[in-house]
Design a protein. Structure first.
Length: 172
């Protein structure tokens, strides 16, 4: 089970909507959201250079630490609560190692102006809610407010990776 932190993108507007159905579609009936790699950019918010950089960083991160981090952009949550959507997506895709529950998902819902960092319980002590809140409010949201979505995501990913590397057993 993933424990996570949601932050409405207040600078951009929007309010989290309640879950309206027991099992709504991940993307839509016409375009189910599939896990195709570390970066799933359904909303097309990232340029090719940003996608490539993120994919390389996240692949290296998984090889070096074993942890898996996925970046997901969607057009809309279809009225579903951002927390429920992100957790269900992470569990459906199996992000992280099941026995360690060490997956991380960064989700950005463009039209709903919502974002979330979901952290598996295996990493909660190293990535507590307060830290994720700071990443959102101090790093990601300011970039999003300047229409620099890719930059905000890249810097958020970088902050998470740096934190995990610094808190790794045996880190200096």
């Amino acid at each position: 089970m993933l424990v996570a932190l949601a932050m409405p993108l207040a600078l951009l507007g929007g309010i989290a909507a309640p879950c309206q159905a027991m099992e709504p579609k991940i993307a839509s009936a016409d375009e189910p959201l599939q896990f195709t790699g570390y970066v799933v950019d359904q909303a097309q918010l990232l340029n090719s250079d940003e996608k490539q950089r993120l994919t390389l960083w996240l692949g290296r991160f998984q090889r070096e630490t074993g942890h898996q981090l996925a970046v997901v952009t969607v057009k809309t949550l279809h009225g579903e609560d951002v927390k429920d959507f992100t957790m269900r997506l992470a569990n459906r895709w199996g992000v992280g190692r099941k026995d360690l529950n060490d997956g991380i998902v960064i989700l950005v819902a463009a039209n709903d102006r919502k974002a979330r960092i979901a952290v598996g319980i295996g990493l909660e002590q190293r990535l507590p809610d307060a830290f994720c809140q700071q990443v959102m409010s101090r790093i990601m949201v300011p970039a999003f407010a300047k229409a620099r979505i890719g930059q905000g995501i890249e810097r958020g990913v970088s902050a998470i990776i740096e934190r995990l590397q610094a808190s790794a057993p045996g880190a200096r």
